[in-house]
Design a protein around this ligand. Structure first.
Ligand code: PNS
Length: 162
């Protein structure tokens, strides 16, 4: 059985992430979307909430499950007996950022990274840009599943009242 891990912060999970999940899930028997927790970084969404929102978004994809991990990513793959990471690429900037990590992960644990190109229509979509636009009052509805959009806007509405 072929299994791959699609790791990320997913704060929040966007339509660009969903596109990569769909493409990877069509090519592997199982795909694990792993929310990697950075203990030094306070996200917009809590980790449990990110997981719940991704589970809801991917509920129609039976070979996709969602998990979490804190620490070195290759340790997660070794623990799970998985040897493949999937990453999405939007541009050469992503490529330059990803190549050293892919090489490091291969050297550390013989973990292979496979890159899937995004659809050009999602090339500008990133969690950080979505958060910035949303915080400044821009409309981020086109970039998020409806339930994720609702949650992000509700959190930001709460923040603005403070
Ligand atoms: O969505 P992001 O923030 O671009 O995801 C980056 C992530 C979490 C996949 C990457 O930072 C990572 O793999 N972190 C886990 C810690 C680790 O293994 N670091 C060494 C990478 S070679």
């Amino acid at each position: 059985m072929t299994t791959a891990v699609f790791p990320g912060s997913f704060d929040p999970f966007t339509i660009g992430h969903r596109y990569i999940v769909e493409r990877a899930a069509a090519r592997f028997d199982q795909l694990v979307v792993t929310v990697v927790v950075n203990p030094n970084k306070h996200g917009l969404l809590g980790v449990d909430e990110r997981i719940a929102l991704i589970r809801e978004d991917c509920a129609d994809l039976p070979n996709v499950r969602v998990d979490r991990w804190t620490g070195l990513l290759v340790d997660y793959l070794t623990n799970e007996g998985i040897d493949t990471i999937v990453k999405g690429l939007r541009s050469g900037v992503d490529f330059d950022y990803e190549v050293p990590m892919a090489q490091m992960n291969r050297e550390l644990a013989d973990v292979e990274t496979m890159f899937l190109l995004t659809d050009p229509k999602y090339a500008h979509v990133s969690s950080s840009l979505v958060k910035e636009v949303a915080k400044l009052g821009g409309d981020v509805k086109p970039f998020l599943a409806p339930h994720i959009y609702q949650r992000v806007t509700a959190i930001l509405a709460g923040e603005r009242q403070v």
